[in-house]
Design a protein around this ligand. Structure first.
Ligand SMILES: Cc1cc2nc3c(=O)[nH]c(=O)nc-3n(C[C@H](O)[C@H](O)[C@H](O)COP(=O)(O)O)c2cc1C
Length: 182
């Protein structure tokens, strides 16, 4: 069975992007094994502590290495991706041994899907910039992506409700993703 690692780019408890990830997980059902990355302990990137890799970074790299593909569900922060998401990928972009730029990094060639829930711009800028970042790191970013405009109740009551159209769009991405990783 294929292994998919979900990365939720929001650290808050009631995250709508986490809710979106749960919806995608339900749609995948038993067709793949989904796990969620816990990256709260990853330090801020600092070249003074790169080698040997910190324990939390070793765990992060192992989780990514073992996954057949990643799926990032992230909010947009100021027309871009959150800083902690960048930090995560910065770690993944670095060599395992000091000065070894020949061996492919953990993120090199990794298949990645992107989705996001946010304001009326559907997190488009965030996903555009994240696509650029991941492509620079030689990851393989899948199309289509899903961008969700949060409903009014999400902002006022903390309840995300997906419209039929939004569910269809996520379903299409799930099906494309299943083919992509098969
Ligand atoms: C620092 C910050 C910047 C934000 N900038 C944007 C933005 O550029 N575009 C947008 O759609 N929403 C923006 N938002 C609002 C988020 O979309 C909203 O808080 C959303 O609920 C975050 O996702 P989450 O529910 O998964 O935590 C911003 C929120 C924060 C905290």
């Amino acid at each position: 069975m294929k292994r998919i690692l979900f990365i939720v780019g929001s650290l808050r408890e009631g995250s709508f992007n986490r809710q979106l990830a749960r919806e995608a997980e339900k749609m995948i059902g038993t067709r793949a094994e989904v796990t969620y990355l816990d990256y709260r302990d990853i330090p801020v990137i600092n070249q003074d502590i790169e080698f040997p890799e910190p324990e939390a970074v070793a765990g992060l790299r192992a989780a990514v290495r073992e996954a057949d593909a990643l799926w990032v569900f992230t909010p947009e922060y100021n027309f871009s991706y959150p800083g902690h998401v960048k930090n995560l990928f910065d770690w993944l972009s670095r060599p395992l041994v000091a000065g070894d730029y020949e061996t492919p990094t953990v993120i090199n060639g990794k298949r990645i899907a992107l989705s996001g829930a946010g304001g009326k711009m559907t997190t488009a800028k965030c996903r555009e910039k994240l696509t650029e970042l991941l492509t620079f790191m030689k990851a393989d970013v899948m199309e289509p992506q899903t961008g969700i405009v949060l409903n009014v109740e999400a902002w006022t009551e903390g309840r995300m409700i997906l419209s039929e159209e939004q569910k269809d769009s996520l379903k299409k991405q799930v099906e494309a993703f299943m083919k992509y990783i098969s």
